[in-house]
Structure formats: C-alpha cells, structure tokens
Design a protein around this ligand. Sequence first.
Ligand SMILES: NC(=O)c1ccc[n+]([C@@H]2O[C@H](COP(=O)([O-])OP(=O)(O)OC[C@H]3O[C@@H](n4cnc5c(N)ncnc54)[C@H](O)[C@@H]3O)[C@@H](O)[C@H]2O)c1
Ligand SMILES: C[N+](C)(C)CCCC=O
Length: 496
Amino acid sequence: MSSATGSFSLQQPLNYRGGARLQPADGGQVEEVYEPATGRVIAKLLCSGEKEVDLAVQSAKAAFKEWSQKSGMERCRVLLEAARIIREQRDEIATLETINNGKSIFEARVDIDISWQCLEYYAGLAGSLAGEHVQLPGGSFGYTRREPLGVCVGIGAWNYPFQIACWKAAPALACGNAMVFKPSPFTPISVVRLAEIFTKAGVPKGLFNVVQGGVATGQFLCQHPDVAKISFTGSVPTGIKIMEMAAKGIKPVTLELGGKSPLIIFSDCALENAVNGALMANFLTQGEVCCNGTRVFVERKILDTFTKEVVKRTQKIKIGDPLLEDTRMGALINRPHLDRVQNFIKQAKEQGAQVLCGGDLYVPDDPKLKNGFYMRPCVLGNCTDDMTCVKEEIFGPVMSILPFDTEEEVVERANNTKFGLAGGVFTRDIQKAHRVVAALNAGMCFINNYNVSPVELPFGGYKASGFGRENGRAAIEYYSQLKTVCVEMGDVESVF
Ligand SMILES: NC(=O)c1ccc[n+]([C@@H]2O[C@H](COP(=O)([O-])OP(=O)(O)OC[C@H]3O[C@@H](n4cnc5c(N)ncnc54)[C@H](O)[C@@H]3O)[C@@H](O)[C@H]2O)c1
Ligand SMILES: C[N+](C)(C)CCCC=O
C-alpha cells in the first residue's frame, strides 16, 4: 500500500460477505470516495441493492447458528486474536483511516488503539456472560439464560469509521450475535479491513459482513425481516427515520446521535488544564466529534485570561498534510461539509458573534494539498445562547465562548438544549464538580478533562442525543436478551 498523501487508490471490492471481498450482487448507484487531504477521488463505491443486503443478512444468519453455540471462552479467544491482529496492523489501518477521513495520523493511531482495546474488553467479558439461578418453593427453581439477539445491523457515521465499527461489533460478537455493517459512503475503506481481520482471527465465514451504500442501502437493512437489532451512529434526523423503521419490525435500537455539549470552566480551575480541556473538547478530528463541548461557558472573572490563552493555543495548531507526524489538524470530510461549516461562521458573524481567530479556509503550501478541505480552527467570542452557532451542532472546528456568573445560572443554560450527549466541568472544588455533573442532563460527563474514551465506561446520550449505550458492561444489555426458565421439581397442581 502506498501511504504518502496523494498516492493512494483502491481497486478492490468494498463489500464483504461470506468471508470474502466481493462486488455487490445488485445496486448500480456509484459514489466517488475522496481523500479529504487532496480532494482526489481514491475509489468508486458501488451501492448495494436489496438483493445484496438480503444475501449479507442470510450469510450472517447462517454463521449465527454456529457462533451462537460457542461458549463465551471460545468467543473470547477469537476476539482476542482479532485485537492482536489490529495491534499488529495498527499503523496500516491508521493510515487508511487518515487517507479516507482526513484526520491526523496522530489521532488515527489513537482511534485504532481504542478499537483493539474495545475488542479486548468484550473478549474479557464474553466468558462471564451468564444468567442467574433462583430458588423457588418445594425445591423447584428458575434460571435465566443470557442469549444473543441474532443478526444485528450496525450503521456508522464517517468521523470514526473503524472505531464505530469496533464499538458495535465487539459487544455484538461477544454476546454471540452476527453483524451486517454499513459504514458511511464517505468512509467505506477501513471497515472492510476489520471484516478481513475477523475472518483471519477465526470467526465463522459470514459472521461479520459489510454492505456499502447510502440512504437506500441503509433502509433495506433496517427493513429486513431477519434483522433482530439496529445500532445506529449518526445525525438526529436519520436517527428518527431509523427508529420509525425499527418500530415497524419491533426491533430494538441503539441510537448514538449528535450533540451540542456544554463545557463549564469555573474561575477556580487549574487554568492550563482547562485550556487544554477546551482544545480537546473542540478540535479533535477537525471538530467533527459528536460529544464535543462546543458551548464553552467561562466564569466572567477569568473570561479574558482564559479566552486570550485559548486563542493563542488555537492559533498554534499545526494544520496540513494529515499523514505528517507533526500535523494536529487535517482536512474536513468533504467540500459540502466544509461549506456548511463556513456558513455557520458567516451566520454567527451576522448574528453578532466575534471571530477571535481562524474560521477562514486554509490552503497549505504543498501544491498537492491545494484542493483539500482545510480551514483554520475558529474561536467565537461575544456569543449568546440564542445564536445559531450556540444552538446547532456545527460538526467542525468552531468553539463558542459564553460568559457566566453563577453556578445556578450556568447549569440552567447548559441544560437548555434539545441534545444531551456530553458535558464537562473544570474546577478545583470537588463538591461543586460532582454537584454540577449530577445536575447536567447528559449521558457522558467529564470532570477536569474532556473527550477521553476508556472503553470500560458506557458512552451514550440523553434526550435527542439518543439512547442505549456503547462500551462498558452496559452495552451487553443492548446486544442480548434474557430467557427465563421455570423448573418444577414436584407434581403439577392443576386448578381444573
Ligand atoms: N453519539 C455518537 O456516538 C456519535 C458518534 C459519531 C457521530 N455521531 C453523529 O453523526 C453525525 C454525523 O454523521 P453523518 O453525517 O454520517 O450522519 P448521517 O445521519 O447522515 O449518516 C449516518 C449513517 O446513516 C446512513 N443513513 C442515512 N440515511 C439513512 C436512512 N434513511 N436509513 C438508514 N441509514 C441511513 C448513512 O449512509 C450513514 O452510514 C453527527 O450528527 C454526529 O454527532 C454521533
Ligand atoms: C473518541 N471520542 C473522542 C470520545 C469520540 C467518540 C465518538 C464520537 O464522535
């Protein structure tokens, strides 16, 4: 694989079924796949039709019969082997992710580390998945069995292509399910690598399949009668459609949706940590992160000092070729998305926000990058809660700074949003920290840090940010079902 920016191109099929890469059996629609760093087309995506989706589901159904009969320890060994192979191929997978997503190689490597850690974590849980035994009168008893659901569908967003697939596949497979995964048509490449790794690690052929495509392919998957569960990561409007389709088939869903999370900086914080936290909360993956703390509430007493420092540090972020070791911000996913982010900034200015730094397009010196989708990270001051930039998810490198005076006021303003994915607080006062996060209507809260992702901790949203959880022991509940068995040890006493 040629790994220099501007040299990659892919001819191999991007669907994966029955343990092999292949072209879809039907479909016909072709999408161009881009390298955001250069704006080049690097692959052609063939979108799967209804027949291909059915073949993938049938393939998963057949493999499910074998996999679901294995013991937890047998599944554990296969998942550990998959984690080992990912570690072995870490740099190569991270490079693919960077080429197709545009994020820096530094970050992509972290994503791949979180991915194999996720597989290791659920491998560790697989052997201890169990029901319980309950004593009943007269020596009778009951017990519960924790059983898999069947064929689970995973549908992913483009910001963390490989990691999202692992966050879904690891608990699904650990519980004994099969999976058909559809990545975003913008980032179809790395997840096929995951499918190959699972096969190499020893999962039955067909246990993990990849179908490629966009809206129509996703709909065929969600509407398929043999699909037992849908786990979706993406935007709120699509989440609503997924839930409607799932409702028609009484299928359980996990919805990992968007956010507009608050980050609250109190004046008694450790300032340097708070500044680092605000940068982590806003500028990872070019700001294209669901749980970003984009509403940065700063206690008025330290507003000027904090803002000055955040702006200084933001201006120093090294933008450019994402495959270079010292780059910390790469390119946004595509031209339409870059335009959308630019429009948010334009509207923010029209509504009275002040651009304190960045926000304009960035053209790197290297000529091969001149058609890439770059912009300078932006800090907005003079923001108010009613501005569009403060209310809507921008999904780009744009931080809004909002002053506040009291704890009560900031908690109320932080919760005044339709979203509820994440939230953060920086303070040295430990009681205040716990009091504030307890009052936040958000599923993932951080105290004195932001956007760290230990796979041992559940991740997911409140309110319009979705429901269900990924990671942690909690995810097991969303990929398994309980069967109760009641055992009579005496005679049947009939009332008739
Ligand atoms: N909460 C989380 O864990 C999390 C993580 C990453 C991204 N996100 C969110 O994802 C969004 C950005 O991702 P996106 O632009 O890819 O989102 P999107 O909703 O446009 O697409 C997500 C996926 O759904 C598919 N899809 C679109 N319409 C569909 C339909 N009608 N039926 C079935 N599938 C359909 C897409 O092809 C894609 O694979 C942001 O809102 C972000 O916050 C959330
Ligand atoms: C790994 N992060 C940074 C916590 C992001 C999780 C996925 C959200 O987009």
